[in-house]
Design a protein around this ligand. Structure first.
Ligand code: PLP
Length: 452
């Protein structure tokens, strides 16, 4: 077989892709008929495809390239580590320098007493870890009945059987035997779509109180944990009403339920602080991390857990781990990525400069006839598309593809935005400039005009 390169003809690259490559979350037969766009290189916030188009990436890949593309320091950190120690495990009484440093750095950055890190290679794996971790915690505490984990419909926690079960994506549950037993889903705080005539504040409270109802129904002594994203990402960037999280925190505190904040998207500056939990004033017992941890340059994730959980788990053998838990190259790259985020003041700049500018521009799109609301926290935002801004009606039937059409128009206009049903979402690299934000908004508006 000849190995194709980034300079090979697009048609040849697409044909080989269609013949052999099964894409995730894709109807591959449809994709094969039109051909996947082949991304060949990237710099800053810009992708280049095999036809030489430059595309503004307003999704930072999959919400992960926080420091932007093309950071040579990260490539150098990987190369150095590969030469010094390309692989070793941390299972059998050994450790290595990148893992111990990264764990300590994460303990320093994480809020409260979240001081201990269990590494994985992805957000899905980290949430699988959490599932077993919280159940084991209660078992070791002498409360083995506490096994149920409460999560939310339309939450996203990953794609493995465990993490997909924690998630509340019905389309995923319909395939392959999810959810597994012992997971209980409650409704999401999605006021725009589900709030009816209630005020956002009342609705936020009501949705939080569903947690209390579920705990009482299941039995307080049977509930192990509640897991949620501080701000739902893949569900459509759903910013909860302000009343929601304080009430959730009150309830988990009252019933002694562990709180898992899934920070896979919200972490590492995305909301303007290091973690979404800090922006939303949440006090989790465990945080799930991935994505922005390495800015996507290496696959790495993990669970940061409290002193109390670590004390209980460390007293037993936790029969869990991955060959690549704490992979030295991934850890070295993540450490360098955190240094860049920190020393270049990227997180602070997001909070004080970039996010306020993006918010102003993003919210200006609400004057478009298709846009009912613009919600944005830090560098993650969504537009609700609607045929009726007063009633907040969804698009129905064939018009329900308006989000899809807008997404396609963005793609044609060399802008990557995603759509989730009627919501158009963005999550750009944190280093996006004002000029690039202007370009993003201009292209989004043009695409909305074309979809209208
Ligand atoms: N948790 C959240 C909040 C996510 O958004 C994702 C992925 O988008 C995951 C977990 C799963 O992470 P991964 O795709 O790295 O397995």
């Amino acid at each position: 077989m000849n190995i194709l390169t980034a300079n090979s003809p697009t048609a040849e690259l697409q044909a080989r892709d269609a013949a052999h490559h099964m894409h995730p979350f894709t109807t591959n037969a449809d994709l094969a008929s039109k051909g996947a766009r082949v991304i060949t290189r990237a710099e800053g916030c810009w992708l280049t495809d095999s036809d030489g188009h430059r595309i503004l990436d307003a999704m930072a890949g999959l919400w992960c390239v926080n420091v932007g593309y093309g950071r040579k320091e990260l490539a150098d950190a990987a190369a150095r580590q590969m030469q010094e120690l390309p692989y070793y495990n941390t299972f059998f009484q050994t450790t290595h320098v990148p893992a111990l440093n990264l764990a300590a750095k994460l303990a320093e950055l994480a809020p409260g007493d979240l001081n201990h890190v269990f590494f994985a290679c992805s957000g899905s794996e980290a949430n699988d870890t959490n599932l077993r971790l919280v159940r084991t915690y209660w078992q070791e505490k002498g409360q083995p009945e506490r096994q149920v984990i409460i999560s939310r419909w339309n939450g996203y926690h990953g794609s493995s059987v465990g993490s997909g079960s924690l998630g509340g994506m019905k389309g995923m549950h319909a395939q392959g035997g999810m959810p597994i037993p012992g997971i209980h889903h409650i409704d999401q705080p999605h006021w725009w779509a589900e709030g009816g005539d209630m005020t956002p504040e009342d609705f936020g409270l009501a949705r939080a109180q569903e947690l209390e109802k579920a705990i009482l129904e299941i039995g307080q002594d049977k509930v192990a944990a509640f897991i949620a994203e501080p701000i739902q990402g893949a569900g459509g960037v759903i910013v909860p009403p302000e009343t929601y999280w304080p009430e959730i925190q009150r309830i988990v505190d009252k019933y002694g339920i562990l709180l898992i904040a899934d920070e896979v998207i919200c972490g590492f500056g995305r909301t303007g602080k290091w973690f979404g939990s800090q922006t939303l004033d949440i006090r989790p017992d465990i945080m799930t991390i991935a994505k922005g941890l390495s800015s996507g340059y290496q696959p790495i994730g993990g669970s940061i857990v409290s002193d109390e959980i670590a004390k209980v788990i460390d007293a037993t053998e936790f029969n869990h781990g991955y060959t690549y838990s704490g992979h030295p190259v991934a850890c070295a790259v993540a450490l360098e990525n955190l240094r860049i985020l920190d020393e270049e003041g990227i997180v602070t700049r997001v909070r004080t400069e970039t996010a306020p500018y993006l918010k102003e521009k993003f919210e200006s799109l609400t004057d478009h006839p298709l846009v009912g609301e613009a919600k944005i926290v830090g560098m993650m935002g969504s537009l609700a598309l609607t045929p009726n801004k007063e009633t907040r009606a969804p698009f129905q039937a064939e018009a329900g593809t308006v989000g899809y059409i807008t997404r396609e128009r963005c793609f044609a206009n060399n802008l990557i935005m995603r759509h989730v049903g009627d919501r158009m979402i963005i999550s750009p690299p944190l280093v996006i400039s004002r000029d690039e934000i202007d370009t993003l908004i201009d292209r989004a508006r043009l695409s909305l005009d074309e979809a209208h």
